[in-house]
Design a protein around this ligand. Structure first.
Ligand code: MTE
Length: 356
């Protein structure tokens, strides 16, 4: 998939202030001649990631992730200019550049209630999570139902890097270099029929492996499996990504291994993790947070600074960067999380206060 015209929402690798480790790896690859448009990136060694304390000191190494081969396409390499990034970042406190959230933060500050409702619990409680064997089925209103195993997830599609902002409904945000493929490519393989109006997603249900599913207290009172949904045009939008990795490696369990959704213009809860089922359906499917509190979490969940959560403002967000808890990193939230150019058209006749 190629986006021909650079859009303000797209982040070029050179336009973000990269985490040092990431930059070093890139520099090494460049030196070795691996980096270039369309080139494949491969890192030679198995990567280890750890849990870090507030001061960035590693507490312990908890799991290993595998290096991934992926291409540098328009999204990550050529599609952005510093100027558009600057216009797109309305910030009074932090650097005017986008700052890539350090990997250590991306993998240790998580929402994955199947492994506990506190931010550090998913990284701590998911380390024995097994992603092999894994099956992802695409079914429902399709001509050709598909079942993919875990190797297919990495081999059936060209993997590409997308640097996206992730805005949580809790008013914090990150900038993350995901690796994956457009959901549209996967859905097209299954040939949706004319009755396919929505896409329903389901996370693995396995209380033996996911302690939050076995305990209401640990699991935040959610009734599992976690489910999500998109309208078919949202699912087919080129920005909508199935992610199998981040920071050049396979996803760690706490980020949704082996495969998750990333919908960058919507609040993070739409980006469902560890997916086993995708079903094309005629009617709007139920979604976990909407079932839990329909007045607080809508089906659409488009990032919207003008529509507050009933209990807090959505006008600004805390961008998680290298700074500690007290870093001056409050920034203004942008409509559709800064991706209006690509997605606003899909909602042009809708009352976004009503359909929040
Ligand atoms: N998917 C499942 N299955 N369970 C969850 O609890 N949390 C969501 C989303 N996907 C969640 C989930 C929320 S609230 C957010 S903000 C993002 O995952 C967080 O993704 P991250 O931990 O990779 O930053």
């Amino acid at each position: 998939m190629l986006i021909k015209n650079p859009k303000s929402s797209e982040l070029k690798e050179s336009a973000v202030t990269c985490e040092k480790v990431y930059r070093d790896r890139r520099a090494l690859l460049k030196h070795m001649g691996f980096l270039g448009a369309g080139a494949l990136l491969t890192s030679a060694t198995k990567a280890h990631a750890g849990i870090f304390d507030l001061f960035g000191k590693e507490k312990r190494t908890v799991f290993s992730t595998e290096p991934l081969s992926y291409s540098q396409n328009a999204y990550s390499k050529n599609a952005f200019s510093n100027e558009t990034i600057l216009n797109n970042t309305i910030s009074n406190n932090i650097d005017s550049k986008q700052v890539l959230t350090p990997e250590a933060k991306v993998i240790s500050h998580n929402n994955f209630y199947e492994f506990g409702a506190k931010k550090q619990q998913p990284a701590e409680l998911s380390q024995n999570f097994k992603v092999k064997p894994w099956q992802l089925t695409i079914s429902g209103e399709v001509e050709k139902p598909i079942t993919l195993d875990v190797d297919d997830l990495f081999n059936h599609f060209d993997l590409e890097e997308r640097i996206y902002r992730l805005r949580c409904v809790e008013a914090w945000s990150m900038v993350i270099p995901w690796i994956g493929f457009p959901l549209a490519k996967l859905l097209k393989k299954a040939s949706p029929n004319s009755r396919a109006k929505y896409v329903a997603f389901e996370t693995l249900y396995d209380p033996k492996q996911m302690p939050g599913q076995a305990s209401r207290r640990l699991g935040g009172g959610i009734s599992y499996p976690y489910v999500e949904g998109l309208r078919i045009d949202e699912a087919m939008n080129p920005l909508t990504l199935m992610s199998v990795g981040l920071y050049g490696k396979t996803l760690p369990p706490q980020n949704g291994a082996p495969i998750r959704l990333v919908v960058p213009w919507k609040y993070g809860f739409k980006s469902i993790k560890s997916i086993v089922g995708i079903k094309l359906v005629e009617k709007k499917p139920p979604t976990t947070w909407n079932l839990l509190a329909s007045n607080e979490y809508g089906f659409y969940a488009n990032v919207n600074p003008q529509v507050d959560h009933p209990r807090w403002s959505q006008a600004s967000e805390r961008r998680i960067t290298t700074g500690g808890l007290f870093a001056r990193n409050r920034i203004q939230t942008l409509p559709f999380n800064g991706y209006s150019e690509q997605v606003a058209d899909m909602y042009k006749n809708m009352n976004l206060r009503k359909f929040f």
